[in-house]
Design a protein. Structure first.
Length: 439
């Protein structure tokens, strides 16, 4: 008898979510091999509905003890109005490559050495800090209502940090490469990284005021994380979201169209179902600045009186653990590109900043669209970078600053799923102005 069949005779409904993961991690510090590590892990989360109440338990593997613990917690759980997912047809959208799953530490060291040596050939004085990681595994879900699905995945991530010359070791040019297939770094990727290193050889501090701001694709989370907070059915059903009654109204610039599409061919985190087993469906969230819908999980959808949109994720802003309850979030935030090369957008800035990283977003009041973050990047004058930023902050309101978008690049890059990040694809976005404070 399978575990889920056993659960049918003990609780009203059950949902078993299982993860399997293998990670190989290699790190170079100042050009020298610094760490090699392996991690193999499995975990499962069981949710049950007993007498109309929700219970949960967690373990490395499924067992009768897991089921008994979940049933016990249900006695003290909250009443629920939803059922777990029934049997459904799922199309395969996962990203899995067998060669990636079989990469060894030796393979990753070879990749890292190749990248390091190509950087040093062009910039012999560079201190190369590099992380190369291969991850593979599978997500599975089963319910007593008939759902049964599995999604294998594989991914290679390379991150490089090159400290700026004479600027200390904690600031520098960074680049990240993400692929579902074995890494293949082209010369343009390295050339772009080295160019950004050269831009930062001196510091240049802008004056405080409102200036044009060019955001790199990774920094698009300033927008998407704010939307995640405001469009989550958790905040909508509680009446806490300022967007709860804004469906059909313009909330952003007409230049912005944002889709939720975990099946998109360029995302590195493609999947067929969310963390509650609901089949994902590509759909438009913001069309030419106008709000079209929310992000819901089973609980939130039931409270809103419609079916789940398939946006349940087991993670919080800083955590990605099996113990995290499924809450609404992005599985694939796709910001549609524009028609202008990003370097042309850069050239249009007479005075402003290019933002390549932000920190402190977690302490902003995202639910009201408000943000205040430290930024890294470059001071722009006359359409070109003149130095790296120091002591610079960016503050404002997303629903005001993203109403006046000057341009969007034709180039897009995959965004990463890590702490305070959103999986998906994004272009460069040029804001007409935002408040810059230096001090």
């Amino acid at each position: 008898m399978t575990f889920i069949n056993e659960a049918r005779g003990i609780v009203d409904q059950a949902e078993l979510f299982t993860t399997l993961q293998k990670v190989v991690h290699v790190r170079f510090a100042e050009g020298a091999l610094d760490l090699v590590a392996h991690r193999n892990a499995s975990a499962c989360a069981l949710r049950v509905i007993a007498d109309g109440k929700l219970g949960a338990s967690y373990a490395a593997s499924a067992s009768r003890r897991l089921l008994d613990d979940a049933r016990e917690t249900a006695a003290f759980g909250q009443p629920v109005r939803f059922s777990f997912v029934p049997e459904q047809v799922l199309e395969a959208h996962g990203r899995f490559d067998a060669a990636t799953a079989e990469l060894t530490a030796g393979d990753l060291i070879d990749v890292a050495v190749d990248v390091r040596d190509r950087i040093l050939a062009a910039a012999p004085d560079a201190a190369v800090n590099l992380v190369c990681e291969a991850a593979s595994g599978e997500h599975r879900i089963e319910t007593t209502e008939g759902a049964a699905a599995a999604a294998p995945y594989s991914r290679v991530t390379i991150g490089v940090h090159l400290p700026f010359a004479s600027r200390g070791t904690d600031v520098g040019a960074t680049a990240r490469y993400i692929s579902t297939e074995p890494a293949s770094i082209d010369d343009a990727w390295i050339a772009d990284l080295l160019e950004r290193r050269d831009w930062g050889n001196v510091a240049s501090v802008p004056t405080s005021g409102r200036w044009p701001i060019l955001l790199t694709p990774d920094v698009s989370r300033l927008l998407t994380l704010t939307l995640a907070a405001c469009l989550s059915s958790d905040s909508v059903t509680k009446g806490a979201s300022p967007l709860a009654t804004k469906v059909g109204e313009q909330i952003l610039s007409e230049q912005l169209t944002i889709r939720e599409d975990p099946t998109h061919h360029e995302t590195r985190y493609a999947r067929s179902f969310d963390d509650e087993g609901v089949a994902v469906q590509p759909r438009t969230i913001v069309e030419r600045g106008t709000l079209k819908g929310f992000l819901t999980n089973l609980r939130g959808a039931a409270e809103l009186g419609h079916a789940s949109t398939g946006n349940a994720v087991r993670r919080t802003m800083f955590s990605d653990r099996i113990e995290d309850a499924p809450t609404p979030g992005w599985l694939g935030a796709i910001i549609e590109p524009g028609e202008i090369p990003w370097r042309t957008l850069l050239g249009e800035i007479e005075e402003g900043i290019l933002v390549t990283r932000i920190s402190g977003l977690h302490s902003s009041n995202l639910l009201q669209g408000q943000y205040s973050v430290h930024v890294g990047g470059y001071h722009i004058r006359g359409g070109r970078p003149i130095g790296t930023l120091e002591r610079t902050m960016l503050a404002g309101n997303v629903f005001e600053d993203f109403r006046t978008v000057r341009g969007i690049s034709c180039e897009c890059e995959p965004t990463a799923r890590a702490a305070i990040e959103v999986p998906g694809v994004a272009p460069y976005i040029l804001l007409d102005s935002a408040q810059v404070t230096v001090g």
